[in-house]
Design a protein around this ligand. Sequence first.
Ligand SMILES: [Zn+2]
Length: 52
Amino acid sequence: MLYFIKHNTIHTYPVAKGCAAVREQEQLRDTVPYEVQECPYCMKVWPGKKEE
Ligand SMILES: [Zn+2]
């Protein structure tokens, strides 16, 4: 999974359905730094999709 940070919020790349963020020049990365906000669309684990 790749991620990018926009306006101090981390999104997956490509973004999740419902996410309005558009990656432009943001660098792609494969780790999630803990000091950023998480996009609720990209980063949320939806009920029922959670692995157990
Ligand atoms: Zn997002």
